[in-house]
Design a binder for this molecule. Structure first.
Ligand SMILES: [Zn+2]
Length: 270
């Protein structure tokens, strides 16, 4: 039997710290010469697909939990490489923040409801974050083109034919008012919510998108606002995301601040 207590709405801004590349079509369908494009909306503006952000957050929290409990990573690919985690039993699922929050494919072994708690929406670029000065130096209206080569480590020179043009969202760009929705089905769901903010902290010290080992994709989360729409609010229409309803007033607006003050936050989710 599944209850429904309400929804926690998390909004915030994703600030690009180093050039961000979330791939669109390979092969330069849009612009001649660019080998690797970023994904864009139909208007041609870069965006961050919610699925990319959600998947990255999951992999980071899985890696953390696997470091604490090596058995946690239990899914292998067909070559036998360990690739992640999936609960194998209902008992395990009841104690698993990852499958509860991020979801699990329906399997016959789990004869309990397994609704996904977390929805991550696509995040759109704030035009104003691309300043006129930045525009003067960008190769494209919202993005920069970077040349990358593979280097021959013996000679220190570029491998022949390896020069590629890579499109990326420039440092300083902001994806404003990004949104996540978290469904709360029982009291324990309020406690495990902390994992989302821990995952955001981990992502700030990791990378989003491609080519992270080349320094791409550092991001920061700022201006976080958290709202609690309990079930009764939907019956009375009191679900407006107005400043007076922000739960984390005085508790900070970054992932680290919210993790530090998490206990005070959940006391407000009544
Ligand atoms: Zn699990």
């Amino acid at each position: 039997m599944l209850n429904f207590l309400g929804k926690i709405i998390i909004q915030g801004d994703i600030v690009v710290k180093t050039g961000l590349r979330i791939g669109g079509y390979a092969g330069g369908l849009k612009i001649g010469g660019v080998d690797l494009n970023v994904i864009t909306t139909p208007e041609g503006k870069p965006y961050i697909p919610g699925s990319s952000l959600k998947g990255k957050l999951r992999s980071l929290i899985e890696r953390k939990l696997a470091a604490e409990n090596p058995q946690f990573w239990n899914v292998k690919d067909n070559k036998g490489n360990i690739v992640g985690h999936k609960c194998q039993s209902s008992e395990e699922y009841q104690l698993c923040p990852v499958c509860k929050i991020w979801g699990i494919a329906v399997t016959e072994e789990l004869n309990v409801p397994t609704p996904t708690r977390l929805i991550v929406c696509d995040a759109y670029l704030d035009d104003k974050s691309i300043t006129p000065q930045m525009k003067d130096n960008l190769e494209l209206p919202y993005t920069e083109i970077k040349f990358e080569t593979a280097i021959n480590r013996l000679t220190g020179t570029a491998l022949h034919g390896s020069l590629r043009q890579i499109e990326r969202v420039p440092a300083g760009a902001v994806f404003k008012d990004a949104e996540m929705i978290y469904n709360v089905f029982d009291e324990e769901d309020k406690n495990i919510l902390k994992n989302i903010f821990i995952a955001l902290e981990l992502l700030e010290n990791d990378y989003l998108g491609g080519m992270g080992s080349r320094g791409y994709g550092r991001v920061a989360f700022q201006n976080i606002r958290i709202y609690w729409n309990k079930r009764e609010n939907y019956e009375t229409g009191e679900i407006d995301l107005i400043p007076e309803r922000v739960l984390n007033q005085d508790l900070g607006t970054t992932p680290a601040e919210i993790v530090r003050n998490f206990q005070q936050l959940i006391e407000k989710i009544a």
